[in-house]
Design a protein around this ligand. Structure first.
Ligand SMILES: Nc1nc2c(ncn2[C@@H]2O[C@H](COP(=O)(O)OP(=O)(O)OP(=O)(O)O)[C@@H](O)[C@H]2O)c(=O)[nH]1
Ligand SMILES: [Mg+2]
Length: 323
């Protein structure tokens, strides 16, 4: 298909969405290419959903007479498999740049929106971003800087740092939230020797989650040093998950001597609730053995990072940074 090429519009990084354009030199060529791919050619601007060769179920749209855009799920494996399939079917790759251009966008907001769409790791951002051109098209539309800032973690992952005494289940919680073993667990104090960070999807909102070594009085020097490093992260956290359990109360955060970041939230959580009720005041209590309690924690954490009201607010969002 010499007259039709494919071009990556999104940056070469995993994101919630990857955009691949099919570019022809005429609408006849575009229709011919669509036929070869088994796609119906939609009206300009219309969205269609289909299964792409068993690789991905995704939307595609036609942006002009000569251009269709596949809006795939943005993981590396999906994108690579779709690109291989396009190559196998005789389509050539057109050169792409990291700084994706969106010549077919009908407004600046739409171009910015498409760029943001490609970059966000959070699926929760998708509907909100897609609706922004419509919201900004209303005469006199303005956003509220406070809400803009609250929604920012939809584009740039916020940092959640879990801290607490030793041997109360912090790493077990991290593993349960991640759904895999990211941090060592054992029934002895001092199991986590250094902080462990990973990206965590909280029901559509991706955050950087950090599990830290527990704080204990009799820790050896190296462990105390690791704890000191971890506690510095508390000062950079957007949300501190302040953990205790039935036997140990949470740490005295003020006593750490690390000032929290402006606007940081603290969520007090009692762990291992199946072993007994904690005596300190907590926002919620969870057990790694009780999935419904973990689901509650996921909701509470997500709300602490991006409040539900900000997501549900119908007003426009200034989601871009000025150059
Ligand atoms: N019954 C019960 N046991 C748990 C739960 N969560 C963790 N545990 C157990 O508690 C012990 C300590 O768990 P860890 O996750 O290693 O604790 P930690 O707070 O990370 O410990 P440090 O890394 O030393 O700070 C292990 O034996 C876990 O199996 C829970 O929800 N219920
Ligand atoms: Mg641990």
């Amino acid at each position: 298909m010499g007259n039709v090429r494919w071009r990556m519009l999104s940056p070469p990084r995993p994101g919630a969405v990857a955009l691949i354009a099919l570019e022809a030199t005429s609408d006849t060529e575009l229709t011919r290419a669509a036929d070869m791919l088994g796609l119906r050619v939609p009206a300009i601007g219309a969205l269609m959903l289909r299964d792409f060769w068993g690789i991905d179920r995704a939307l595609y749209s036609r942006w002009s007479d000569e251009q269709m855009v596949l809006m795939l799920h943005g993981g590396h494996a999906v994108v690579r498999a779709i690109c291989d399939e396009l190559n196998r079917r005789g389509f050539e790759e057109a050169s792409s740049s990291d700084d994706a251009a969106f010549p077919e966008a009908s407004s600046r907001i739409e171009a910015l929106m498409l760029r943001a769409l490609c970059r966000t790791p959070s699926s929760l951002a998708l509907d909100l971003l897609l609706d922004q051109p419509r919201r900004w098209a209303v005469p006199g539309a303005t956003s509220e800087p406070q809400r803009d800032a609250r929604l920012r973690p939809l584009l740039i992952p916020a940092m959640v740092v879990a801290v607490g005494p030793s041997n109360i289940g912090k790493s077990t919680l991290a593993n349960a939230l991640a759904g895999r073993g990211v941090s060592l667990v054992a029934d002895e104090p001092g199991t986590t020797r250094d902080h462990v960070g990973f990206l965590l999807d909280l029901a559509g909102l991706v955050v950087r989650y950090v599990d830290t070594p527990g704080v204990r009085a009799e820790a050896p020097a190296l462990e105390r040093e690791a704890v000191r490093h971890a506690m510095e992260l508390v000062g950079q956290a957007d949300v501190v998950l302040h953990c205790g359990d039935g036997r140990s109360s949470p740490l005295d955060l003020d006593g750490l001597g690390v000032p929290l970041k402006a606007g940081a939230k603290v969520l007090r959580v009692a762990l291992r609730r199946d072993l007994g009720v904690a005596s300190f005041p907590s926002d919620l209590s969870v057990s790694a053995k009780q999935p419904e309690s973990l689901a509650q924690l996921v909701r509470a954490l997500r709300h602490a990072v991006v409040p539900d009201e900000a997501i549900g607010h119908p007003g426009p969002w200034r989601f871009w940074e000025d150059a």
